[in-house]
Design a protein around this ligand. Structure first.
Ligand SMILES: NC(=O)c1ccc[n+]([C@@H]2O[C@H](COP(=O)([O-])OP(=O)(O)OC[C@H]3O[C@@H](n4cnc5c(N)ncnc54)[C@H](OP(=O)(O)O)[C@@H]3O)[C@@H](O)[C@H]2O)c1
Length: 328
């Protein structure tokens, strides 16, 4: 069924989701439609068949409007957020190429925040990242990482982590504009997000797992990451939007795994794939993760799916989409 072109006027529950066709945003749009919201979803090209999955969502015909908008085009964003009570700003590049990352992430966030303030939006939920929280080598290993922690910009720059740099600066800009313009802001800081895909294309955090199943990664890196399930991340976005007591930042992560644990879990669950067994770093000691807390989201009623289930759901989805061959 085609998406409607204009939302019913005067609806008090109209919200905008930027980058609606993305991995996380698609689940968020689905959830919002299920909850009875009218959704204005921004995409760069509404005609692109890669957005057909949005038009196919239950309720889309009645309650989803796809708006053409680019993060670097204020006017397109201003018209997308017009009439909205809330804005979920999820759109961002996900790359360590500074030329592609920084401008849309940072200036794009400023544009979204300004557009929301100009349109009289009640609350913005900005999808930041755990990458804006944990990248700090000076932090004592015993510290429990929580929402008070911020990534060190110099360290991100020195190590070429332009994605974490961009997300950190973008989040700072969001807070700055919110303060200046008196706009209500809540920030979600998800870890690496896994789980089933609604969209037809394979996003960056899914490639993080896919490469271990196709044979393209012959080794695994000596690195540690925290993970979250995409359905939990969508639920967390909605919870911080709807809860009157929600404020500040929310670290959204279930568990921490070394890549060695990731490949071991994948090999146990799906022994048919050529999952690497060797670490690319045979010199340094195995990296250890940081301690973190997701208590703030649990206090809002979010229940986290175990990481092993995240891995399982990701692979099953890739098989169902025909991205990964189902081998005996
Ligand atoms: N996935 C993760 O592991 C993870 C973890 C923590 C935080 N996050 C954050 O969560 C958000 C969504 O991530 P995701 O994994 O769902 O990413 P995704 O699937 O790659 O989706 C990103 C979306 O951003 C849009 N976008 C990129 N540049 C744009 C621009 N200049 N103007 C308008 N739209 C633009 C893309 O639109 P097009 O389709 O037109 O390209 C796409 O729909 C991002 O802010 C990301 O930083 C993700």
């Amino acid at each position: 069924m085609p998406a409607i072109t204009t939302p019913p006027s005067g609806h008090c529950k109209t919200v905008c989701v930027t980058g609606a066709g993305g991995f996380i945003a698609s689940w968020l749009v689905k959830l919002l439609l299920e909850k009875g919201y009218i959704v204005k979803g921004t995409v760069r090209n509404p005609e692109d068949p890669k957005n057909d999955h949005l038009r196919a969502l239950e309720g889309a015909g009645k309650s989803l409007v796809l708006c053409k908008a680019d993060l670097l085009d204020y006017d397109s964003l201003r018209s997308a957020v017009d009439g909205c009570e809330g804005v979920f700003h999820t759109a961002s590049p996900l790359t360590d190429d500074p030329n592609k990352m920084l401008e849309p992430a940072i200036n794009g966030t400023r544009n979204v925040m300004d557009a929301a303030a100009d349109a009289g939006v009640r609350r913005v939920v900005f999808t930041s990242s755990v990458g804006a929280i944990y990248m700090n080598p000076k932090r004592c290993p015993d510290v429990v990482v929580d929402e008070t922690c911020w990534s060190d910009l110099d360290y991100c720059k020195e190590t070429g982590n332009w994605y974490c740099y961009g997300k950190t600066v973008a989040e700072r800009v969001a807070w700055e504009v919110a303060r200046e313009r008196g706009l209500e802001l809540v920030v979600m800081n998800p870890a690496v997000v896994l789980g089933p895909l609604l969209q037809p294309t394979v996003n960056a955090s899914t490639i993080h797992i896919l490469k271990y199943l196709t044979g393209s990664a012959k080794t695994y890196t000596n690195a540690v990451q925290a993970y979250a399930h995409v359905k939990d991340v969508a639920a967390a976005h909605l919870a911080v939007y709807e809860s009157e007591r929600a404020s500040g930042r929310y670290l959204c992560a279930e568990g921490m795994l070394h890549r060695g644990d990731v490949v071991q879990a994948l090999a146990e669950l799906f022994p048919q794939y050529p999952v690497p067994t060797k670490c690319s770093d045979e010199v340094n000691p195995r990296k250890t993760g940081y301690k973190f807390t997701n208590q703030r989201l649990r206090d809002l009623g979010i229940q986290f799916t175990p990481v092993k289930q995240c891995l399982y759901d990701t692979v099953k989805s890739l098989q169902e989409k025909g991205v990964l061959p189902v081998m005996p």
